[in-house]
Design a protein. Structure first.
Length: 277
């Protein structure tokens, strides 16, 4: 059911008033209560929510609005929360003006990436192979994985070592099974290495295989001074990522063996979308 227009305005007015009050130094102490208001239809008495803000017991006022206590509390919590945290997307560890700020907001809102906690994103944290698998798994809609597909992450698997299968984090089991089944993630011998930090060329290879390894043209990577450092198995993947603008160099270097960070993965995901259209 659509909200009444007047109620929407009340929400906006309340949010504005709370933001102003809290930003003026009234602190984040607040309380919500319902008080009797004007009589409603059929003689029933309506209630008005009153939000009280106070600052060190020296300043107090109330904002009466015709919302239920539950609605008013939701608005107040949202305002207090937004003023408590700095940075984009509500993460404390994203500085104002960070080049990846908007990118993180998009990918966490859309869902393929999540914060390392409710208040942190971990932009400089190195990504592991299972983190990459989990990200692409969410991007694919998290298809259900059962039976034989899950065998690769079970210690009874005959494909990868029991130690590697046991090392897969609980939250990443279905994602790793999916990544192996689709071919996006490949092991080395009988090693799956879920906790291994991913390099830039390994990340490029996973994204490339996830895109079904499209044909590449040209040799754009040779314009970078360290192109010779790209491994043979990653050449097409790196070329594709460069051609599609998914992977950016730094001062004319690709740094294929450099470790990939979460902020970098977020940026690559955002650039990946047009490449797969």
């Amino acid at each position: 059911m659509k909200k009444d227009a007047s109620k929407v305005k009340q929400f906006l007015s309340l949010t504005t008033a709370l933001s102003l009050a809290l930003s003026l130094g009234t602190g984040s102490a607040w309380a919500v209560e319902e008080v009797p208001s004007s009589a409603g239809q059929a003689g029933e008495q309506e209630k008005t929510a009153v939000i009280s803000l106070c600052d060190s017991r020296t300043f107090q006022f109330s904002i009466p609005v015709e919302l239920t206590a539950e609605e008013a509390k939701a608005v107040a919590e949202g305002v207090v929360w937004s003023l408590d945290y700095d940075g984009e997307a509500g993460y404390r560890d994203i500085p104002d003006g960070a080049w990846y700020g908007d990118t993180v907001e998009v990918v966490t809102t859309a869902g393929p990436m999540k914060g390392t906690s409710d208040t942190t994103f971990g932009p400089e944290e190195k990504i592991t192979r299972e983190m990459v698998a989990a990200t692409l798994y969410r991007l694919a809609g998290e298809p259900e994985m059962t039976g034989e597909a899950l065998a690769v992450v079970e210690t009874t698997s005959s494909v990868y070592s029991d130690a590697d299968a046991a090392a897969v984090s609980g939250w990443a089991k279905e994602a790793m099974a999916w990544a192996v089944e689709t071919g996006a993630l490949q092991g080395s011998g009988n090693r799956l290495m879920p906790g291994k930090t991913a390099t830039r060329q390994e990340l490029a290879a996973v994204l490339y295989r996830n895109a079904t390894a499209p044909a590449v043209e040209g040799e754009e990577i040779k314009t970078f001074t360290d192109s010779a450092a790209v491994a043979g198995w990653a050449t097409d993947a790196m070329e594709w990522c460069v051609e599609e603008g998914i992977l950016k160099g730094n001062e004319n270097t690709l740094m294929p063996e450099g470790t990939a960070a979460r902020a970098g993965l977020a940026a690559m995901l955002l650039r990946l979308a047009p490449a797969q259209d």
